[in-house]
Design a protein around this ligand. Structure first.
Ligand SMILES: Cc1cc2nc3c(=O)[nH]c(=O)nc-3n(C[C@H](O)[C@H](O)[C@H](O)COP(=O)(O)OP(=O)(O)OC[C@H]3O[C@@H](n4cnc5c(N)ncnc54)[C@H](O)[C@@H]3O)c2cc1C
Length: 470
């Protein structure tokens, strides 16, 4: 009787077994992972509180042909596919959906070409950002986009999320450096977009469309990236302010006077303390806002002196230029540690990514403090101040139901505040699953409708990274 009521495990395994057999037919044996403990470890990126399903398999192709085989097979079986890089994402964009094939690109990690004349690098998607940066430096070249996670995140993931970083205030974000792409479409066709030339306006800019598409339109298998000549080493200045208002006034003054800092970052008091707690950096704990400004110009000391004077005029209590490159690097390390240090304050965090016009930054930070007070929560903020891109980190205990509710409310209130100030809900981390409802609010019905139609053109069966963005 029991046998009749309880379906045999193979009854469930049928379609999955057929999927696995077809995947294995075009992939090396070690490129298809099915051990549940192993596949579970690929289910999540680094965002808290984002739903994730159980993958049917994780595949690790090494060639474009193998990626095409995976997509053809998934389409034939009508199984969703979730492209993944290093899973350092902060919005759940790389999270598995139930029964999906996780398509990890980390084994496609070759730098195919570095050309100092065309000033391009041609890379596979699994190349780690810092590895590329160091490789092009050896040719006297520079790949600017530098997310704080640069030692682990991949170029494919950077393209998927349109990543920013510390030096974007001067050099721009990932989108500005992606010239052309090879993309495997949902049905396995291989699309080449863009160019490797200095200029080119042939047709719609599909390259740009893929940047920031969060794996929902196609799988990037090759990228042509623009490079810059390597600038001189940057020198950093640290300025202490008695309020975030004063620090933001300094940011506005620096930009208004036409300075071109290679980095302009702000850490609030909670962040400074968190970094000290984690790494004993000796940062000044009594300051309300620590502003870091850097120049990689021919005479950085002169530029820092001019900016130092602007900081003092805006109310800085202390202005300390780094003595040399080593001291500068230490300050940068402190800033890069900020998110990780804030995450260590409480068992759980939700990281906002609201970007506002620089002129509204002071209101954004004051509003965030008010939200933290209203919800009785610790919210530390680190800011790509030169870009107006704030990262309020809501710290809470996820085992406390009431605190979790207040955390979600404040996370949402911060996005509402950003929109009311003419900003966007995400400057660089993407929408993923974390900010889906908010994308609709930012785009409005016409914008959202068109985006859905674009998705249908590329992925009519809705198999690529379903449940993300919309
Ligand atoms: C400590 C820390 C600091 C961070 N600092 C920054 C920062 O300063 N700036 C910033 O922008 N981000 C930052 N991030 C977020 C994260 O590192 C970036 O979003 C990064 O670009 C993700 O790269 P990844 O390789 O981990 O991609 P994943 O997280 O694996 O994937 C990200 C998205 O890209 C898609 N994707 C991945 N590979 C491909 C591909 N080949 N083709 C198509 N789609 C693909 C995925 O489906 C997913 O939607 C930080 C994260 C951490 C943990």
């Amino acid at each position: 009787m029991d046998d009749l009521q309880t379906p045999h495990p193979d009854a469930h395994q049928g379609p999955r077994a057929a999927l696995l057999a077809d995947l294995r037919a075009g992939l090396p044996a070690d490129a298809v992972l099915t051990d549940p403990d192993v596949t579970a470890s690929y289910a999540h990126d680094m965002a808290s509180f984002c739903a994730a399903g159980t993958p049917a398999a994780v595949v690790l192709p090494r060639t474009v042909e193998q990626v095409r085989h995976v997509m053809r097979t998934a389409t034939a079986h009508r199984v969703p596919v979730v492209p993944q890089g290093a899973r350092t994402g902060l919005s759940g964009g790389a999270n598995a959906s139930e029964g999906c094939v996780v398509l990890s690109l980390v084994k496609m990690d070759r730098i195919l070409e570095i050309d100092p004349v065309d000033r391009v690098a041609v890379v596979e998607p699994g190349v780690v950002n810092a590895v590329l940066s160091r490789a092009v430096n050896e040719h006297g070249l520079y790949y600017p986009p530098d997310p704080s996670s640069w030692e682990s995140c991949t170029i494919g993931g950077n393209i998927g999320t349109a990543s920013g970083g510390l030096c974007c205030v001067k050099y721009g974000v990932t989108a500005e450096y992606v010239l052309g792409l090879d993309v495997v479409l949902a049905d396995g066709r291989l699309l080449t977009t863009g160019r490797r030339t200095a200029k080119g306006v042939a047709g719609y800019d599909l390259t740009r469309l893929f940047v920031g598409s969060e794996g929902s339109l196609g799988v990037v298998v090759k990228a042509v990236l623009a490079l810059k000549p390597q600038p001189p080493a940057q020198l950093v200045l640290a300025a202490e302010f008695p309020s975030t208002d004063a620090a933001c006034a300094a940011v506005c003054a620096i930009m208004e006077r036409g300075h071109t800092p290679s980095l302009l970052e702000l850490m609030d008091r909670t962040t400074v303390r968190a970094v000290n707690r984690m790494a004993r950096m000796g940062l000044p704990e009594s300051t309300e806002a620590l502003l870091l400004c850097a120049f990689d110009t021919p005479d950085p000391a002169a530029d820092l002196a001019a900016v130092g004077a602007l900081c003092t005029a805006a109310g800085a209590t202390e202005v300390v230029p780094a003595a040399d490159a080593a001291e500068s690097e230490l300050l940068l390390q402190a800033r890069r540690l900020s998110l990780t240090a804030l995450e260590a304050l409480k068992p759980a965090t939700m990281i906002d990514d609201v970007c506002v016009p620089r002129t509204r930054l002071a209101e954004m930070l004051a509003g965030t403090t008010a939200i933290a007070e209203k919800h009785a929560l610790t919210i530390g903020v680190c800011v790509h101040a030169g870009d107006g891109n704030t990262h309020p980190v809501v710290c809470f205990d996820h085992t406390d139901e009431d605190e979790s509710r207040r955390a979600r409310e404040s996370f949402d209130a911060i996005m509402a505040l950003g929109l009311s100030l003419g900003g966007t809900i995400t400057g660089e981390h993407g929408v993923g699953v974390l900010k889906k409802e908010w994308l609709a609010r930012e785009l409005g019905p016409v914008g959202l409708g068109l985006q859905r139609e674009i998705k249908r053109v590329f992925d009519p069966l809705g198999l690529l990274n379903p449940g993300k963005l919309f």
